[in-house]
Design a protein around this ligand. Structure first.
Ligand code: FAD
Length: 365
């Protein structure tokens, strides 16, 4: 069938979640993918899911999505258990300014119904065994935050039963009252092509401020001993770490950018220095594996959602958190395709940049 109601470009978590939602509402949908399911950022991301954010809209998208994630096995009828592991996220602050920022964000999160809280150094060290209490001024904590052990299995579960076709969509063209996207014609098209979204929409003269930004993850070999249960972020040091269920420690220098050959040892040194100061139990962990991926970054680190032309929609620019909010994005985008306007689009629509209405998110990883 080369005529469908909705064509989705991109088989990452976003495109697949949107397609599934559209299909579940009784419409015919095809997903067009150039390289393979989860060939982009969705195949790299380590499955982090959190509700600790610094803007109301980010809190809302996260909160709605967590309700889905809690029921993910039933909702996706997954063949393997997916189960979100809620081990908690600690955002540690070393200085008073960083702590004040976390306090403001926790107040906002609480107003949005998210039960995060500020913890003192001693409580932080109880929550994260091994953390050096003296090294921090305090932190923000939410025990519900966590991650999927096999995030790529989650992406694959979204793809089950969908019509996913191998096609490199070079351009989008009007076709009668609808669109032609690669091999299909459709009444509506959703572009969820990650870092490639701006290039595809530029063929129609639509400019979106989305830039590819290299990111790196360091992995240790599996370690039998449990060294680190909750995920710890120390933003002032540009450091984050967690231990996966299979025993590997995942650590990042959050400021790592550019060429891996040039930066690798410097980034390792950042991780080592942060471990020595904050989490000495990680001091002797080595990280033989370095994985590269790209964030699709917008100027305010919020996604661009909604219509960009008649029957043409975008869901991209996730700036490093598109996995965790995919369920809410899918609902909002499917509503938009049906002509229903979610209030989120007032904030996250493509028009916000020209209008100078940025919604800058501060609590980034
Ligand atoms: C290192 C790293 C860590 C991350 N950690 C997290 C995390 O813990 N939690 C979280 O929520 N998010 C995280 N993210 C972000 C998350 O991975 C992305 O926001 C999310 O995967 C975006 O999904 P997507 O479907 O929008 O894009 P992608 O997964 O990039 O998918 C886009 C797809 O479109 C296809 N495509 C592109 N152009 C075309 C075309 N012209 N025709 C056909 N197909 C096309 C591509 O091949 C690709 O498969 C992380 C990202 C990175 C890089």
């Amino acid at each position: 069938m080369n005529g469908v109601e909705v064509a989705v470009v991109g088989a990452g978590i976003t495109g697949l979640a949107v397609a599934r939602e559209v299909r579940d509402r009784g419409r015919s949908v095809a997903v067009l993918e150039r390289d393979g399911i989860a060939a982009g950022a969705s195949g790299v991301q380590p499955g982090g899911v959190r509700q600790q954010w610094g803007t109301r809209i980010a809190c809302r998208l996260a909160r709605e999505s967590v309700a889905f994630w809690r029921e993910v096995d039933e909702r996706l009828a997954a063949r393997v258990p997916l189960a979100l592991r809620s081990g908690g996220y600690l955002f540690a602050a070393e200085g008073e300014a960083a702590l004040a920022g976390l306090e403001a964000n926790v107040a906002l999160q609480n107003e949005e119904g998210i039960r995060s809280r500020i913890v003192g150094p001693a409580e932080a060290a109880d929550l994260v065994p091994g953390l050096v209490a003296d090294a921090i001024a305090g932190g923000a904590w939410l025990g519900e935050d966590g991650y999927f052990d096999r995030p790529q299995a989650v992406v694959e579960a979204f793809a089950q039963g969908l019509d996913v076709r191998r096609a490199d969509v070079g351009d989008l063209r009007r076709d009668g009252s609808g669109w032609r996207a690669g091999p299909v014609t459709a009444d509506a098209v959703v572009v969820a092509a990650g870092v490639d979204t701006p290039a595809l929409l530029a063929t129609l003269g639509i400019e979106l401020p989305i830039e590819a930004e290299s990111r790196y993850l360091f992995f240790s070999d599996p370690i039998r001993e449990r060294l680190l249960e909750p995920l710890v972020v120390a933003a002032e040091r540009g450091f984050a770490a967690k231990q996966l269920a299979d025993g590997r420690v995942l650590a990042s220098d959050l400021s790592a950018r550019g060429d891996a050959e040039a930066g690798r040892e410097r980034w390792r040194a950042t991780i080592r220095a942060a471990s020595e100061s904050l989490l000495p139990q990680l001091e002797h962990v080595s990280y033989p594996l370095l994985v590269h991926g790209a964030y699709d970054v917008t100027p305010d680190h919020q996604p661009i959602l909604g219509p960009v032309d008649e029957g043409l929609f975008v869901a991209a620019g996730f700036s490093g958190h598109g996995f965790m909010i995919a369920p809410a994005v899918a609902r909002i985008t499917a509503d938009a395709v049906e002509g229903r306007h979610d209030p989120a689009l007032d904030l996250l629509g493509a028009g916000r940049f020209a209008a100078g209405r940025l919604v800058s998110e501060s609590q980034l990883v």
